[in-house]
Design a protein around this ligand. Structure first.
Ligand code: UDP
Ligand code: MG
Length: 310
């Protein structure tokens, strides 16, 4: 018989309209197993908490952890992983973009020995063209820059074996780019394919600006190659600058009468150097801000309330 425990962790941020339809689809599926469902309320300001409690009253297996304020999707997942007791832990979005119907397939692959089972989207059909392109570019870039291969077309819908969860919980770093952290140790992984649906109710919490920051976070957390790139840039511009110096001196000596018209060269030189310097300072700044956050060692999140869980 199935005497293992399946934990489902669901970060929620203003998802009041999605709780009921989500549970309606999720419960019949997980009922075949020993299960717990842990909602992590990431500072919702709508009726999400009461919606969840309504179900929690009748069913002790539906649990809730509420953050003091909004700490972000990745922190909500981090918290879920810390409280989940399951032999395997499945993370799921609340907006039904991740179909719970494929959970049995994921569990099957886990029982067959995979320690991570990613839900991989077959096509990025529902996404607008722009999101598709930028996502593709991001994964190409991060996999080029980083030593860890992060699987493409995989979001935060995945199953982790207890072993992987325990490992994740030992990582003390502040920046929690979970897609990378999960891939880092190289646990044997498998895939289940699905077609991503449209968000059921409400709007995405990840507009372009937030996606951009998320991508930058991922790159800076998983690669120091941009720093190397900054050195290359500096080196190349120094070589060009040196050639410019020779050019200027030679011109000054051999073409003294003609040589006053140097404005363009000066302008181009200053603009080029200015650009290179700002870019490299920016890159260095990104890493300094990472160090700063690591040194501060603030807690990842603050819990305001626990319901059906301790
Ligand atoms: N979410 C969260 N905190 C946030 C933003 C989002 O817990 O600050 C949750 C949200 O409720 C949802 C999941 O994370 O369950 C994914 O968010 P969303 O659907 O907005 O992202 P998208 O699918 O558009 O990338
Ligand atoms: Mg979504």
């Amino acid at each position: 018989m199935n005497n293992f425990l399946v934990s489902v962790i669901i970060p929620v941020f203003n998802e009041e309209k999605n709780i009921q339809p989500l549970l309606k689809r999720l419960l019949p599926i997980v009922k075949k197993y020993n299960y717990e469902i842990i909602f992590v309320n990431d500072g919702s300001s709508d009726n999400t908490v009461n919606e969840i409690k309504k179900y929690g009253q009748k069913n002790q297996k539906i649990k809730l952890l509420s953050f003091q304020r909004n700490f972000g999707h990745q922190m909500a997942l981090t918290c879920g992983y810390q409280y989940a007791k399951g032999d395997c832990v499945i993370s799921l979005d609340a907006d039904l973009q991740d179909p719970p119907e494929i959970i049995p397939q994921m569990i099957k692959k886990w029982l067959a020995g995979a320690e991570i089972v990613y839900a991989k989207r077959e096509k990025r059909d529902v996404d607008p063209f722009f999101k598709k392109m930028t996502a593709q570019f991001f994964y190409k870039l991060i996999n080029f820059l980083s030593d860890v291969q992060i699987p493409t077309d995989v979001a935060d819908f995945r199953l982790l074996d207890r072993k992987a969860v325990e490992f994740l919980n030992t990582l003390t770093e502040q920046s929690r780019f979970l897609r990378g952290l999960v891939a880092w140790p190289g646990f044997p992984a498998d895939y289940v394919y699905f077609k991503r649906e449209k968000r059921l109710a409400g709007e995405t919490h990840y507009p372009f600006s937030k996606m951009f920051n998320f991508a930058l976070e991922g790159i800076v957390s998983f690669s120091t190659k941009p720093l190397r790139l900054a050195s290359y840039l500096g080196f190349i511009s120094a070589v060009i600058g040196f050639l410019g110096i020779i050019y200027a001196i030679v011109g000054k000596i051999f073409l003294p009468s003609y040589w006053v018209t140097g404005w363009t060269a000066i302008f181009v030189g200053i603009m080029f150097m200015g650009g290179v310097q700002l870019i490299t300072i920016g890159i260095i700044g990104e890493y300094i801000s990472k160090i700063y956050k690591e040194v501060q060692k603030r807690p990842w999140y603050l819990i305001k309330e626990k319901y059906n869980i301790d």
